[in-house]
Design a binder for this molecule. Structure first.
Ligand code: NAP
Length: 254
């Protein structure tokens, strides 16, 4: 592949949580294919700037947009500004997420609410605010929601996180059905265990070895594994794929 494959030339893409981890890799992958990438972050502007520099290094264009996806009004305002500044929005990647872990008997209402409002509410806020622009994009309109293997199989200590990610799958399918008549697609990508800040602190050596035993491809995933899948779903080759959950997990769940 050439350094700049122009499949997404002229498209504007919003990547929520684009400052770090999977979101950063997704922003770079979309930028490499020619999209103008709007990089959202919650608080880490310095990291978002690093993402923008990395997008530009592969020949892409990037701008920053800091807002909290859990804040409905802030999302509406930010997405309206994207329309005003860039004229369109063809690709929305709902990647921003938090993993607040803990046994459910000790889980607080606040932890539950924060998880739901960010992981599930965030996607709802962004899709609702972007829907009219995505519908105008017709068959170029793409929504890609980042769910998780845990949304399909659960995990002890992650009741809220897995519920939010399972909810995102239902949300993906309903959105796909609502927007399909105009050619807009909506899919979910379900990563397994990917090496990012979210997972780095959680995995002592013994646990890592045990996890690897369960992954047929015998390695932890990389953000690029997720990003390349998202870039495929954002492109013209995926125009006939909607309402699907694409698993990127090394075979952890089949
Ligand atoms: N890593 C994995 O193994 C794995 C597996 C399955 C699914 N996922 C999913 O992949 C997505 C990205 O995860 P990651 O591992 O890359 O996590 P990460 O390294 O912790 O990065 C999280 C990103 O989300 C942003 N964010 C968090 N809360 C936000 C909010 N309220 N509003 C806007 N942005 C917010 C952060 O922004 P700041 O930098 O400003 O804090 C950051 O860019 C998440 O949805 C996660 O659930 C990850």
């Amino acid at each position: 592949m050439s350094i700049i494959d122009q499949a997404l030339e002229g498209k504007v893409a919003l990547v929520t949580g684009g400052s770090r981890g999977n979101g950063r890799a997704i922003a770079i992958a979309l930028g490499r294919r020619g999209a103008k990438v709007v990089i959202n972050f919650a608080s880490n502007e310095a990291a978002a700037k690093e993402t923008a520099t990395a997008v530009e290094a592969v020949g892409g264009t990037a701008v920053l947009s800091g807002f909290d996806v859990a804040n409905s009004a802030a999302v509406t305002e930010a997405i309206k500004a994207i329309g005003k500044d860039h004229g369109s929005l063809e690709i929305l990647v709902n990647n921003a997420g938090v993993a607040i872990n803990g046994l459910l008997m000790r889980f607080s209402d606040d932890q539950w609410d924060r998880t739901m409002k960010t992981n599930l509410g965030g996607a709802f806020h962004c899709v609702r605010a972007a829907a009219s622009m995505l519908l105008r994009a017709k068959e170029h309109g793409r929504i890609i929601n980042i769910t998780s293997v845990v949304g399909e199989q659960g995990n002890g200590g992650q009741a809220a996180y897995s519920a939010s990610k399972a909810g995102l799958i239902g949300f993906t399918m309903s959105t796909a059905r609502e927007l399909a008549s105009r050619g807009v697609t909506c899919n979910a990508v379900a990563p397994g265990f990917i090496e990012t800040d979210m997972t780095a602190k959680e995995l002592p050596e013994a646990a890592r070895a045990k996890l690897l035993e369960q992954i047929p491809l015998s390695r932890i995933g990389r953000p690029d594994d997720v990003a390349d899948t998202v870039a495929f779903l954002a492109g013209p080759e995926a125009a006939y794929i909607t309402g699907q959950v694409l698993r990127v997990n090394g075979g952890l769940l089949m």
